[in-house]
Every structure is written in C-alpha cells, then in structure tokens.
Ligand binder design. Structure first.
Ligand SMILES: Cc1ncc(COP(=O)(O)O)c(C=O)c1O
Length: 402
C-alpha cells in the first residue's frame, strides 16, 4: 500500500497512462499535463506572434528553468547552464578543464557510452590515461580504493551517480570528500538520478554535474543542463562559445562569469519553458516522496520477477533505485521487448555500447530494462508480470502487489 502519494492525481495529470503502460522512464518519461500544456501553448504563441516576439513576451517563463534547476540542485542560478543534452553538457565540461598530456582521469566502470567515447577521443588526442575506479561486491565504487589510486597526475574524477542499466547508486558524496581532500576536479553524471532521487550539489561536493530533462524529471526531449560550481567557473575554458557565453568588448571579448559561458544564444524556448515547469512539478510532489514510492514499486517488482522461470535479474547496489535490468533464459531481449510492446507495455533494451566498460567486463551484450516511475500503478506492474510470464512460459497467473 503506497498511501503517502496521491496516485489518482498523478495519473489524472499524466494523459499517456490512458494509452500505454510506460515502464521506460529511464529512457524518457511520460510528461505531465502542466508540461504538455505550457509547451503547446508556447508553440502556438510562436506561430501567432513570431518566435522572437513570443520569447520577448515570455522572458520570465524562459528564465524560470535556471531558477527551478537551482532549487532542485541546491545551488545558485548563475551556476546552471542549459544545453540541448547531457552528452553535450558533459563533453563541454570535460573539454573545458585544463587537462594535459600524461594526466590521469578516473572514471566509474558504469560510465555512459557517449561520455566514455568522448573521453576516449580526448584521451587519444591529449595522451590521457583513462583508469577505472574499483568497485565493491555490490558493484558500487569503492571509495577507499579510489582514493588509493590518486596522485598529483589525476586531472579529473568523473563518476556516474546512477547508471542507465543498473539499480545501483554510487556513493557520490563520499567520493566528493575524497576529491576535495586531494583538490581534484570532480564531475558527476546525474542523468539517471536527477528527478528520481535527491541530488544536492553541496552535499555531493562536486565541481561539475550534468543532467537531462526527459528522464525522471519528466521534462521535454532535447534538454540537458550543467552545474558549474561558482569558484571553479573562471578556470574553465569552453571549447566553443556563442553570443550568450561572452561579453563583447568592442574588438575583443571576455568569457561570461559563471556557467553562462557554456550557453549559446539560440535555444528551444518551448523546451526550456517545459523544463522549468517539469522541475517545479517534480519539486511540488517532493523528490523524497516520489523516490520512496518508486523504490517500493521496484523492490516488489524484483521480488515478483525473481519467482518467474527464465528471468535473470542483474541489479546490484547497496541502495537500489527504480531501474530493473534483466535477461532471459531461452529468449532474446529484443524478442521479449517486442512482445511486451505488442501488449502495450513500453520497456527498453540496453545495448553493450551504452555502458561499454561495465557490460563488457560482465559479459553482457543486451539487457531488458524496466524502469517504473511514481505515477505507475500496481495494476500496471501486475499486467507487466502477467504478460512477461505469458511470453516466457505461456501461462498467466493472478498476482497482487502490496
Ligand atoms: C547515465 C547517463 N548518462 C548520460 C546520458 C546522456 O544523456 P543525453 O541523452 O541527454 O545526452 C544518459 C542517457 O541515457 C544516461 O543514462
């Protein structure tokens, strides 16, 4: 029984639940009505009065995204840059650091594929050494083991808070203590954690943090953001700049203070407004509260799945979040996903290239990922289990979630 949250309201405000059982929130969530309404109204305004003119009339709503993200992450709005993806934010942040040939970069094994690739790309050009932090028996970063790796040649610690293909939550605050003790720049990828569980940059003690809008924040696609700690911003040199990222000084320029230096002038105004509304909406529900429900839903689902013949669960972690990863005996992950899709249930297949270091180390090439959000109902999870059982063993059972 999940009585602490008004599920009926959450579902009434999520029109997509009338059409599909959406268990792919780690990919991209169903947006709530306030986000859908504000974005469609803004697009209509653009069509009526002109895009620049609509932006002039909507300065407050557009600017709200920075303020909302600052409240969410516990920082100032000057420390937030809004970009079109987290991959862009991560790449810009990493490329702006003063890394030199021979520097060592410590990453987590669960590094997201695109970020790993851009690091590999930079490492080849700059002759950096990429090294993977050790993990404990639960698959989470071993903080003491990581600290033992550090020396004066380490130019960056880059850690993933929650990976895209696993339930584990890395101890990012403990790693922050170590990074500060050694004076090493610290970048956190919070794409899967932001909106799902509390993310507080002061508590984590990071210099840089990236996130994305479309996943557990339930914002629009094509939105990402970068937090840049105020004291470090002046030392970062973005590899490219645009009109919003510099101050023009008649013949020369100065990089804008704070995170602003990472932004260019052009933006998808509708998406930026939608992102601000999505963050405010998430804060309105209370992240602790929605996370509590998600964790309980996921724990019940894992228990149920453990009893299904042919299901192999792969989740690790001391603290486990809402993401559930599995494979099947005798069935391909794509086959199962397609059968679920035909029954109106959205899940996702994670490929090895999206978490290449970890999946390769563990000999995994594909995983079916199921990622409920707080607005999913117990009945939806029952339906998922029934259809899955039907696919795997050809029978359906009645099952009741708590
Ligand atoms: C852990 C993690 N990091 C980074 C990203 C990249 O985010 P984006 O697609 O917004 O660039 C993702 C996307 O799935 C992710 O799961």
């Amino acid at each position: 029984m999940y009585e602490t949250l008004d599920l009926a309201r959450a579902r009434a405000e999520t029109p997509g639940v009338n059409h599909v059982v959406h268990l792919n929130n780690a990919g991209a969530s169903l947006a709530p009505l306030p986000v859908l309404d504000v974005m469609t109204a803004y697009l209509r305004l653009e069509g009526r009065v002109g895009p620049y003119e609509a932006a002039e009339r909507s300065e407050g709503a557009i600017g709200n995204a920075h303020a909302a993200l600052a409240s969410l992450l516990n920082c100032s709005r000057q420390e937030i840059a809004i970009l079109d993806s987290a991959t862009r934010a991560w790449g810009l942040a990493m490329s702006s650091l003063p890394l030199r040939a021979g520097d060592r970069v410590i990453i987590s094994a669960v590094e997201y594929g695109s970020n790993y690739l851009s690091l590999l790309h930079l490492a080849q050009r700059l002759e950096l050494s990429l090294e993977v932090a050790p993990v404990d028996a639960n698959g989470v970063v071993d903080v003491a083991g990581l600290e033992a790796m550090l020396d004066e040649r380490v130019g960056l610690i880059a850690m993933v808070h929650v990976p895209m293909h696993d339930a584990l939550v890395n101890p990012v605050a403990g790693i922050g203590v170590v990074a500060r003790r050694h004076g090493i720049p610290y970048l956190v990828d919070a794409c899967q954690s932001v909106g799902q569980l509390p993310v507080d940059v002061a508590e984590i003690g990071c210099d840089l943090l990236v996130g994305t809008g479309r996943k557990f924040l339930r914002g629009p696609r094509g939105t990402g953001f970068l937090y840049v700690r105020q004291d470090i911003a002046h030392r970062l040199v973005p590899p490219l700049v645009g009109l919003d990222g510099v101050e023009w000084l008649a013949g020369t320029y100065r990089l804008a203070p704070g995170a602003r230096r990472f932004e260019t002038w052009e933006t998808n105004a509708a998406a930026r407004i939608g992102l601000g509304v999505a963050v405010d909406y998430a804060l309105g529900w209370g992240i602790e509260r929605t996370y509590g429900r998600m964790q309980r839903l996921a724990a019940d689902l894992r228990e149920e799945l453990a009893g299904l013949p042919g299901v192999v669960l792969h989740d690790r972690g001391r603290e486990q979040c809402g993401t559930i990863a599995m494979s099947f005996e005798g069935w391909g992950e794509f086959e199962v996903r397609n059968a679920l899709k035909d029954a109106g249930i959205n899940t996702w297949v994670c490929l090895e290239n999206a978490a290449c270091v970890d999946m390769q180390q563990r000999g995994l090439s594909t995983l079916l990922r199921v990622s409920p959000h707080y607005y999913n109902s117990e009945q939806e999870l029952e339906r998922f289990c029934s259809v899955l059982e039907d696919v795997l063993v050809g029978t359906r059972r009645e099952r009741v979630f708590a």
